[in-house]
Design a protein around this ligand. Structure first.
Ligand code: ADP
Ligand code: MG
Length: 452
């Protein structure tokens, strides 16, 4: 067993489970050795070991095996010498400028990514509102909306914007205490505080920050005592007029198993969504990145049309788009060739295949709800008024047309409706399409949007 193997395995894990999870759970673990099929790790607490074992042990095992180790089982030893939270704090120097009861070391969230700045955030139609709101918060000054709630699908820039706010605040107002962390880290620290009977310290810490940012808040849904504590923290900060920024993968009202009072609190401020990227935004992001790479890999030439091709074909999310370009430049510089369309097709065959549009029913529902300005929950729910029932039938029709799902499956995704209801809806739209030109236009527009 070499240290290199674990390093490689860690890199894979980082890619697969994301930076936040990685920093919270994988980074603190120390590999002691692999012996007779058992990989032994040191972890800071029993809870930590349980968590990793439940959530990541299969991945760790398969990564190690793939890298040539033989691992059947993973075991954890608690070693208090390891800190559960190795990340650096968000606002360095803050506590020094303004001493408080809470020790400086405790004021740390997840590490901020220095590359996630406003400068590097490409603004387009799908994200302009979210960007403007984030900018507004980053200016500091009196709190005008609280919280700022950013939501949208995977890889659309929520984390980037939150880091950009924190990075900017740190430059403008170094004495501000800015705490950024994922909802998972919030829970982890809360549970740790409970275990160590330090709940007062926990409360004091979270109530002492000036700006609190919690990423991926949907994570705490269904975790009752964590939700409860989050709610109290949230209220205490709002009462003190401290800025809160929250992100989630969907709107507050759509988060399942989140208490109603929390939902309504989250809706009190400004709720903005990041829409799926459009072609122009994707191209803009690629151009920015390509410019950066052109400086890094001097002399590398990229043919006309390659970026346009990628922006057109890779519509899944920005993370995939960036990964594709990174690989393309690395590959071209290795083989010392110009980046042509052919090279791109060869080098990115797997990504291109994987991102051949797979439209989901959820996506259709979201688009249709947005288009007709009805709530997603109404679209799926039982209401029968025409203004909701018609868009619902349109969504059913599109689900039948654009996905390979069967009628019963579609029925399940529409609040458990019977397949005959779906069939009726689809037929109704087929009829109307021929007589109602407005509807035909709507359908065409929606279809085009969905097909990216
Ligand atoms: P999310 O948190 O919404 O899942 P991230 O903020 O982690 O997404 O973004 C994924 C990747 O895409 C990051 O590397 C980020 O820098 C990049 N990205 C997303 N949106 C943009 C944008 N508008 N301009 C530049 N980079 C972006
Ligand atoms: Mg994120």
């Amino acid at each position: 067993m070499t240290d290199g193997t674990w390093l490689n395995a860690r890199n894979d894990l980082l890619r697969r489970i994301g930076r936040n999870n990685f920093v919270t759970w994988i980074e603190p673990m120390r590999l002691c050795g692999i012996d007779a099929g058992v990989a032994r790790f040191e972890v800071p607490t029993v809870f930590f070991g349980d968590w990793v074992s439940r959530n990541y042990s299969d991945q760790i095992r398969s990564d190690l095996n793939r890298l040539g180790e033989t691992v059947d089982r993973i075991e954890f030893t608690v070693s208090p010498a390891i800190r559960g939270d190795t990340a650096t704090r968000a606002s360095s120097g803050a506590a020094r400028a303004r001493p408080r009861a809470v020790p400086e070391e405790d004021l740390r969230g997840a590490a901020l990514d220095a590359r996630f700045t406003f400068d590097r955030f490409v603004v387009g139609k799908p994200n302009e509102l979210a960007h403007a709101a984030a900018r507004r918060v980053a200016e500091g000054g009196p709190v005008t909306f609280n919280p700022l709630f950013l939501y949208g699908g995977v890889g659309l820039g929520k984390t980037h914007l939150m880091h950009a706010i924190a990075n900017e605040l740190q430059v403008r107002t170094p004495e501000l205490r800015v705490l950024y962390l994922s909802a998972e880290q919030f829970m982890y620290r809360f549970v740790q505080a409970l275990r160590e009977r330090q709940i007062m310290g926990f409360k004091e810490l979270f109530r002492s920050v000036d700006v609190l940012m919690v990423d991926d808040v949907q994570f705490i849904a269904g975790k009752d005592s964590t939700q409860e504590e989050f709610f109290h923290t949230f209220n205490a900060l709002v009462d003190q007029n401290k800025q809160i920024v929250i992100s989630a993968d969907r709107a507050p009202g759509e988060i399942k198993d989140l208490e109603d009072r929390i939902k309504s609190r989250l809706q009190c401020g400004l709720v903005v969504d990041l829409h799926p990227t459009d072609y122009e935004l994707r191209l803009g992001i690629l151009q920015q990145k390509a410019e950066f790479y052109r400086q890094q890999y001097r002399g590398l030439v990229i043919s006309d049309g390659v970026l346009e091709f990628l922006a057109h074909r890779i519509t899944t999310n920005v993370r995939v788009l960036e990964g594709a370009l990174t690989r393309l430049f690395a590959f071209a510089s290795l083989v010392g060739r110009e980046i042509t369309l052919e090279l791109a097709q060869d080098c990115l065959a797997d990504i291109l295949r994987a991102s051949d549009r797979k439209i989901t029913i959820e996506e259709i529902q979201r688009r249709v709800a947005e288009h007709y300005n009805v709530r997603l929950s109404d679209l799926i729910g039982p209401k029968r008024v025409r203004t909701i029932a018609r868009p619902r039938q349109i969504a059913m029709y599109l689900a039948k047309q654009l996905t390979p799902r069967s009628l019963p499956e579609i029925g399940r995704r529409f609040g458990g409706r019977d397949h005959t209801t779906i069939m009726h809806g689809v037929r109704r739209i087929e009829e109307l399409m021929t007589t109602d030109s407005q509807m035909a236009d709507d359908l065409q527009l929606l279809r085009r949007q969905l097909e990216g």
